[in-house]
Write a protein that binds this ligand. Structure first.
Ligand code: GLN
Length: 590
């Protein structure tokens, strides 16, 4: 097993995760099998308890692990399936050491950060790196490890110490350190400044780690004299210093690294030149070119809690993007704060209310994503009603699906009081109820998490066709509430169809309105399994319906015909949010 460690210096938010996944992708392009580990030096055991509006979304894995969103980047770029153990946190490491201490495994010794915590970190990395994640047998060739945070943080110290020992233990030729740093440009003189990078490398070296490759974020390519200076001060050969300059979107990053031959430097460091083949990024390049040149917009209204951090819905945005690129449409995401659609906003701030409704009404498709808590619930219900009554393509995910059922029960069945017991425990029409897999009395550990199977109940429905006419699909879940099985026949008699259920037939997984052009709700989160070249079926359905090509997609069993890229005019090809460049123009923020 060979290891590539990616660290970050100077400031956070340099795009370390994207750089690390791009390195993995390039190594894959050289014919190697790649796995990855993300280290988060925070004390939380996992991201499950962290607010998506502060920290970005909680990414759910097949095994039910609730992980940092960077694991999503790895899964998407490398098309792999990671486990909860691929996300190491300080909390997990300390918990494992303390559990051992309580069992008496340390035989009366004083338990310390060095060697006990550092040994536990190393043992964890080695064990997890050997678990195959690409569906093939046996361990991968290379494990890319990303250390979260910035060199010098107190939190990351035990990890740095452990990784220093680890690099020594695995020996030269098996370990390559890529340090991602910042080279700022002072606007007055336009000079590229190397001092911050010098300092962060010095910090790294003082902790026992020497970078083999420097990846410098800067607005433009590094000038030759800047590279020379960095090389002298940081003891990294000039050919191993690359610039991550600003690009239109993150799909360019692997290509940027390839152009600067980063893969060759890494392969040389890891003695893999003999095993690797010439990097083949033909498909990736073609898809990136399509993305770059899209002009024809498809407007999707995202009706959620909106706090300005688009990372809160990162996988949903990516899934929308994958589907849009497959349909050759430029994705325009209109963020609609659900509460702005509500009557109370009409009274308190009529302009805000009108603007929100204008955005919703101008959209080609409406998406209500998952969520917890009752803020904006009424607004989401109003958006769903609008989509249902006006034949606007609609996808409701998890809470979005539950509310679609509530809305239908209220408007069509006439149960005005219909609600989810999450929001109204005493409702007389509980159409969504608490249905944990384990105990119904204990909240802790009652979330239905990870991959579960959905069986199609009818072959002739849009979802089954979009999934390629299979009998069942496995998708990821994260919820406690579900559609009340005792109300199904009443709801179905009124025209809403539960086309996908679990193996017991008691849990509703997919709901469709057959009389509507595209009205689909899912209890699971299809966004987590969407990939750039393999868009998620139901997102593809939404985008296709929103751009008027659903029929042809359904005919091909959920596949998009590859359209030639010739003749598409050269545009800027970015994802826009309410008219702003989603990628900040630098393409690095996920
Ligand atoms: N709050 C709902 C539940 O727990 C929906 C969760 C979600 O959307 N992920 O069932």
């Amino acid at each position: 097993m060979k290891y590539v460690l990616v660290t970050g210096g100077v400031v956070s938010g340099l795009g370390k995760g994207v750089t690390a996944s791009s390195i993995g992708l390039l190594l894959q392009a050289c014919g190697l099998r790649v796995t990855s580990i993300k280290i988060d030096p925070y004390l939380n055991t996992d991201a499950g308890t962290m607010s998506p509006f502060e920290h970005g979304e909680v990414f759910v894995l097949d095994d039910g692990g609730e992980a940092d969103l960077d694991l999503g980047n790895y899964e998407r770029f490398l098309d792999i399936t990671l486990t909860r153990d691929n996300n190491i946190t300080t909390g997990k490491i300390y918990q494992s050491v303390i559990d051992k201490e309580r069992k008496g495994d340390y035989l009366g010794k004083t338990v310390q950060v060095v060697p006990h915590i550092t040994d536990a970190i190393q043992a964890w990395i080695e064990r997890v790196a050997h678990v195959p994640v690409d569906g093939k047998e046996g361990p991968a060739d290379v494990c890319v490890i990303e250390l979260g945070g910035t060199i010098g943080d107190i939190e990351s110290m035990p990890f740095i110490e452990a990784l220093g020992q680890f690099s020594y233990n695995v020996g030269p030729g098996n370990f390559c350190l890529v340090h991602v740093s910042l080279v700022p440009v002072l606007s007055v003189v336009g000079e590229q400044k190397t001092k911050p990078t010098q300092h962060s490398v010095k910090g790294l070296r003082s902790l026992g780690l020497t970078p083999n490759i420097l990846a410098c974020r800067s607005t433009k390519a590094l000038e030759d004299n800047v590279k020379t200076k960095l090389s002298q001060f940081c003891h990294v050969p000039e050919e191993n210093i690359v610039t991550l300059y600003d690009v239109p979107n993150i799909w360019h990053v692997p290509l940027l690294l390839r152009d600067q031959k980063v893969h060759e430097a890494i392969l040389k460091e890891l003695n893999l030149l003999g095993k690797a083949v010439e990097a083949d990024v033909t498909e990736w390049t073609a898809r990136t070119r399509v993305y770059d040149t899209l002009e024809d917009p498809v407007r999707i209204a995202m009706v959620g809690k909106y706090t300005g951090l688009s990372d809160s819905y990162l996988s949903v945005l990516k899934a929308l993007l994958h589907a849009s690129v497959a349909c050759h449409k430029k994705l325009v995401v209109e963020w609609v704060a659900a509460s702005d659609l509500e009557e109370i906003t009409a009274q308190e701030a009529p302009d805000v209310h009108n603007a929100a409704w204008d955005l919703l009404k101008g959209a080609d498709g409406i998406l209500v994503p998952g969520g917890f808590g009752d803020r904006g619930v009424q607004g989401k219900i109003l958006a769903t009603k609008y989509a249902r009554e006006n034949q606007v393509p609609f996808l409701g995910i998890c809470l979005g699906m539950q509310l679609a059922v509530v809305e239908f029960a209220r408007s069509v069945l006439g149960c005005e009081d219909a609600n989810s017991t999450e929001f109204e425990p005493e409702t007389s029409s509980p159409c969504v109820i608490f249905m944990p897999e384990g105990s119904t009395t204990h909240m802790g550990g009652t979330m239905r998490l990870g991959s579960r199977r959905t069986y199609f109940q009818v072959a002739d429905c849009k979802s089954a066709k979009l999934y390629g006419n299979v009998k069942s699909v496995d998708e990821r879940h994260r919820h406690r509430y579900e559609v009340n099985p005792d109300m199904i026949s009443e709801i179905e008699n009124a025209g809403l169809s539960f086309v996908g259920k679990d193996e017991t037939g008691r849990r509703m997984e997919i709901v469709e309105l057959p009389t509507h052009p595209y009205f689909v709700g899912v209890q699971f989160h299809p966004e987590f399994k969407s990939r750039p070249g393999k868009p998620s079926a139901l997102f593809l359905g939404l985008i296709a319906a929103a751009s008027g090509c659903l029929e042809s997609v359904l005919e091909t069993g959920g596949k998009m015909n590859r359209v030639s890229t010739n003749g598409i005019a050269n545009g800027m090809g970015r994802v826009y949010q309410n008219g702003n460049v989603y990628s900040n123009g630098n393409g690095f923020h996920h």
